[in-house]
Design a protein around this ligand. Sequence first.
Ligand code: NAP
Length: 251
Amino acid sequence: MAPSRVAIVTGAARGIGAAIAKRLAQDGFAVGVLDLVEDNCKDTVAAIQGAGGKALALGADVSNAEQVTAAVGKAADELGPPTVLVNNAGILRDNLIFKMTEDDWDLVLNVHLRGAFLMTREVQKYQTEQGFGRIVNLSSTSALGNRGQVNYSAAKAGMQGFTKTLAIELGKFGITANAIAPGFIETDMTAATAARMNVDFEQFKEGAAAAIPVRRVGQPEDVAAVASFLASEESGFVSGQVIYVAGGPQD
Ligand code: NAP
């Protein structure tokens, strides 16, 4: 039997997650559009439905086990067993280490790492039953180190180890796990970084683009195109990889 074509994308109310959700819907997946507040998912859901696709809004904090179980169960009941999971939900709480609070450390590690762990533990039940699955985790070039981001860079490096281990453990069930590590992508997250640094966003983007080999910043659709491939059946021999989507090579 062909595997069920149901995907869940976390942090899909906006930015990269919204672009991935829309792209997977175009690819023929019914998409669970998950974000912290269910109502915030309505634009992404409306865009998918307006284009003739199928989508369901799901409200959950990915770092809360009960909410994750409820949201994944709802997606399975209403859309069918999820076979594709994109762990995209993320936040920034940047600061130099001497000013970083324990709360900001815990929050960032919890949303990215605990969130990806809880979501994956729930969704792999359906994937193993189906004998097919695709897990795509959002890492970042910050995994290689970035001033002011000890919490975020530790979380994003952690996502890479998490991904490789999932690939090793779940491969025999027809499940692949890969990470996408974007560089500068134009979203609310990078706009907020510019605002925090008191830099005009247009200037911030120009400065970033000058240092990128392809001479432009990335768009959410650049990431969605790679997620589309990694979610597809034809990517089945690619697993445990980290794909940098950054307009040039990374160290
Ligand atoms: P974004 O525009 O800030 O969107 C992130 C989404 O995640 C928001 O809708 C946010 O909801 C949601 N979210 C936050 N905490 C959550 C939680 N606990 N449970 C469920 N949803 C939660 O960010 P983005 O730029 O699209 O980034 C998406 C992913 O790519 C993140 O993992 C980020 O670290 C990664 N990334 C981004 C860039 C970049 O340049 N933009 C580069 C590398 C990696 P709220 O609005 O309610 O907070």
